[in-house]
Design a protein. Structure first.
Length: 257
């Protein structure tokens, strides 16, 4: 009889297998799946901006919640329709810890997925900019979000990156426990909603937020954006996903047996 879900130990072992599978995808497939991943997450970021642009004038907390409520659709598309996402792929550290893959394979996969996510994100930014959807209040909101992200200190962005991917990667990690689509949706929605509501930093979402604010006329210095956001957030996302989730659960459920 199918119980419909996996136990925490079974999920930990499943991620060892998933990691081994992911690093054996062809580079072409990884790139295009990552392109889709960046595009899909960007759609969630766009939805966040659309929802929050006017609600912020009513109540900031309510605006954050409503924006956080729609953002997870992007990650649902990645998981359910198929895509590769840098933050989620930090979980393949489980396979490296179990000596199923080499560190070089882990690093190459993350690097290629990161690049594909960036291409997909920038493609969406171009399309949104050309669509004419961002004018007036919507443009002001997008610029404000981008400028706020670039104004963070390195350490602030790093910590927010860790906190973000503890939640995003645990969502991606947990959805494996369910064999039903609705179970996967719930496993993804709550943690991802919480990361957005809390104001943490997601490297792939920022590939849309920051460039979009820049092309709309925001005062965004490229070097500052890289040093104050992209580098520390990316490093924080790796620590949060690989260290706090993948390696910790591997140590408890796989190594401990």
């Amino acid at each position: 009889m199918n119980k419909g879900y996996l136990s925490p130990k079974e999920v930990a072992y499943a991620w060892v297998d998933i990691g081994r599978t992911k690093v054996n995808y062809t580079p072409k497939n990884v790139f295009f799946l990552a392109l889709l991943g960046g595009f899909f997450v960007g759609l969630g970021a766009h939805a966040f901006l659309v929802v929050t642009q006017s609600l912020s004038t009513i109540d900031v907390g309510f605006a954050k919640f409503m924006g956080a409520a729609v953002f997870p659709v992007g990650i649902m598309l990645v998981v359910l329709a198929g895509g590769e996402l840098f933050t989620g792929n930090t979980l393949i550290a489980s396979a490296w810890a179990n000596k199923e893959i080499r560190f070089g394979q882990y690093f190459r996969n993350l690097s290629l997925v990161y690049f594909g996510n960036l291409v997909g994100s920038l493609l969406l930014v171009y399309m949104l900019h050309q669509s004419g959807l961002y004018t007036g209040l919507s443009a002001e909101k997008a610029i404000a979000v981008a400028e706020a992200k670039v104004s963070l200190t390195f350490y602030e962005a790093f910590i927010r990156g860790i906190l973000c991917n503890i939640l995003v990667s645990i969502a991606v990690y947990m959805q494996v426990a369910s064999t039903e689509v609705i179970g996967k949706i719930f496993a993804l929605w709550f943690p991802v909603m919480l990361f957005v509501l809390s104001g943490y930093e997601h490297s792939v979402a920022n590939m849309v937020f920051i460039p979009l604010g820049a092309v709309l006329g925001g005062e965004i210095d490229l070097l500052k954006a890289i040093m104050n956001n992209f580098i520390p957030v990316t490093l924080g996302n790796i620590v949060g996903g690989s260290g706090f989730i993948a390696l910790l659960y591997w140590n408890i459920h796989v190594k401990g047996n």
